[in-house]
Design a protein around this ligand. Structure first.
Ligand code: URA
Ligand code: CA
Length: 433
């Protein structure tokens, strides 16, 4: 087989066989296929798309390009959740203890990565003592005992995806549905998930700005999952503004604690109950989504969910008293309000601008070696549909420096305010099972 022939085939709109896709992915991983040929092929896929079968084969080939995690020693059906990314998305911190409290095993592997705020691991490290550097054996033991544990990712998962994603980033081929869908699904499958729940975001702050594109991506991923024997469901949710009120590491831990106590923001609570219901149904813990939602709500109301969070924190050497005394979480030195300069109704909050503002404060990593400041971040005081008058706070900045003029101007630019009354957006646009 020659790569040049396969590029031509795809360029002409024909489909690959399973063997051809394996040849491409294995060759790219072992460097017998160079970047320039892979770039040309990715561009051909961008224009010509892939069949359902090709997408499943591509995903499978990427899964097998590196290590795969075996979670079979964990009792029960392992359901993993994936979000296509947003700003202030605190759902993992809420969902892990919430679904664990009703008996769904949560074996979470997480990386640090780049972003507006840290990843789940960074957020958990805002809790004093919390240790994610545990052995695989301890990890499995903890999930079996407490139904939830988090481990830092050390294995070499999906190297083909890492290389290809990097190449796509510099060749204008990121935004291709077959390439995005196979990239995301290969990572979930390699990390050992039996079943998968996807939260595909749409809106100004999301990867997929248009609802129609978000739907296509969700359909592609659900089909890949089902074709590879991993039952998958997806919801499409709103990212026309950040989720919840808090954007930052310690701040989001506080928000997760509130939500597990039943005192969290409405949008975050609803989204967690919806995603949690899908997880519970896929794990066989409830016969219907409605029933699952009732069981999860009951876990919050009875205090079972927040108790589970304490057990989970303590099991990984963290200070579980933060649950009752959240003021023990890292606190920023300055709290500075950003005041509105106009009056009207909030009609949009450009989430990625808010994310960048949080990153400028030090809440996220701009480069791999940047240090995160766990205490800093943003607290939104107004969301879409709210009224605002001149001089009223839009956001409270939690900073460790008084030099925040750039952060302030980003926040003011991200808030869209109109004189006309605006309704709060729908949270969930669609569900695919
Ligand atoms: N996220 C991923 O993991 N892969 C993509 O291709 C796009 C977003
Ligand atoms: Ca949040």
């Amino acid at each position: 087989m020659r790569m040049v022939d396969l590029i031509e085939k795809k360029r002409n709109g024909q489909s690959h066989t399973k063997e051809e896709i394996r040849f491409i992915i294995n060759g790219y991983t072992d460097e017998s296929i160079p970047d320039y040929q892979m770039s040309a092929w990715a561009m051909a896929v961008f224009f010509q798309d892939m069949s359902e079968e090709e997408k499943a084969w591509l995903t499978e080939a990427m899964v097998h390009s590196g290590d795969t995690i075996d979670l079979s020693a964990i009792e029960g059906v392992k359901v993993d959740k994936h979000s296509t990314g947003g700003v202030g998305d605190t759902t993992t911190l809420v969902l892990a203890p919430l679904v664990a409290s009703i008996g769904v095993p949560v074996a979470k592997m997480s990386g640090r990565g780049l972003g507006h705020t840290g990843g789940t691991i960074d957020k958990l490290e805002a809790i004093k003592g919390f240790n994610v550097e545990i052995s695989n054996d301890t990890f499995i033991e903890l999930v079996n005992k407490n139904k939830a544990a988090v481990i830092g990712q050390t294995q070499n998962l999906t190297p083909a995806d890492k290389k290809l994603y990097g190449l796509r980033d510099v060749t204008a081929t990121v935004n291709s549905i077959p390439l995005i869908a196979s990239s995301i699904m290969s990572k979930k499958i390699a990390s050992g998930a039996d079943r998968i729940v996807l939260d595909v975001k749409t809106g100004a702050g999301a990867f997929m700005k248009e609802l129609s594109q978000a739907k296509k991506l969700a359909e592609a991923m659900v089909t890949i999952g089902n074709n590879l024997g991993r039952q998958t469901s997806a919801i499409i949710s709103d990212m026309s503004q950040p989720l919840g009120f808090m954007v930052g590491n310690a701040l989001e831990v506080k928000e997760a604690i509130d939500t597990l106590k039943g005192e969290g923001p409405e949008d975050l609570t609803d989204l967690c109950l919806t995603l949690g219901s899908h997880m519970a149904v896929l794990a066989g813990k409830a016969e219907s989504l409605e029933r699952a939602k009732d069981i999860l709500q009951e876990a919050i109301d009875s205090g079972k969910a927040i108790e589970q969070f304490k057990v989970f924190i303590a099991a990984q050497e963290g200070d579980a008293t933060v649950v009752d005394y959240p003021e023990k979480l890292p606190q920023a030195s300055y709290k500075i309000d950003v005041l509105s300069e106009i009056e009207g109704f909030v009609s949009g909050i450009v989430a990625d601008q808010i994310g960048t503002a949080a990153m400028l404060l030090g809440a996220g990593r701009a480069t791999k070696s940047s240090e995160i400041d766990l205490a800093v971040g943003l607290e939104l005081k107004k969301k879409i549909g709210d009224t605002i008058s001149i001089g009223e706070p839009l956001v409270t900045i939690h900073a460790n420096s008084e030099n925040i003029s750039e952060v302030k101007s980003k926040i003011l630019k991200s808030y869209k305010i109109t004189p006309l009354e605006v309704e709060a957006p729908e949270l969930i646009y669609d569900v695919l099972t």
